[in-house]
Design a protein around this ligand. Structure first.
Ligand SMILES: [Zn+2]
Length: 163
């Protein structure tokens, strides 16, 4: 009784008292896996990258609302194919598909590997399969992207590599 409970943070690997962790009721331990300073550091980095706004931290429903918008966007009856020429300053080009270029470019920027200033929409189609075909044709021409080569099986699944 009265003994301090410790747990190890999966980020910094330090053993810290559970008071150094936020509570999370839907997990077995009842605590977050990352300690408070590690969580803050990550959220500061994401805010700095423009990927996350302060609203995410201040409004606990923000994530839920964001997901609702995402599912809403799934209902859109179009999908866009975009390219980014010379995304890395070394003459490499990128091609990808998205329903929401605004959020897609933000996620590219956050991953930090693409210069998204010069993205262009090259096609607007009705189905994902059509979009994947156009995307694959760009990749055949040497554009980099999520799909490396052809579908890997007859269910049309692709080898993926996110940039
Ligand atoms: Zn930590």
């Amino acid at each position: 009784m009265g003994e301090i409970e410790y747990r190890t943070c999966i980020r910094c690997n330090e053993s810290k008292p559970t008071t150094e962790y936020h509570k999370q009721s839907n997990t077995k331990s009842g605590f977050r896996t990352r300690c408070k300073p590690c969580r803050k550091e990550r959220s500061d980095a994401r805010i700095k990258a423009g990927y996350l706004t302060k609203k995410h931290r201040e409004n606990p429903n923000h994530e839920k609302e964001r997901k609702a918008r995402y599912h809403e966007s799934k209902k859109l009856d179009y999908i866009l194919v975009y390219i980014i020429k010379d995304y890395d300053g070394n003459g490499n080009n990128y091609c990808g598909i998205t329903r929401n270029p605004f959020y897609r470019m933000k996620s590219h920027s956050f991953r930090g590997k693409l210069n998204t200033d010069k993205y262009e929409i090259v096609a607007k189609v009705e189905t994902r399969v059509e979009a994947l075909k156009i995307e694959a044709s760009y990749h055949d021409r040497g554009y980099h992207g999520r799909i490396k080569g052809r579908p890997i099986n007859k269910n049309n699944e692709y080898e993926t590599e996110l940039l």
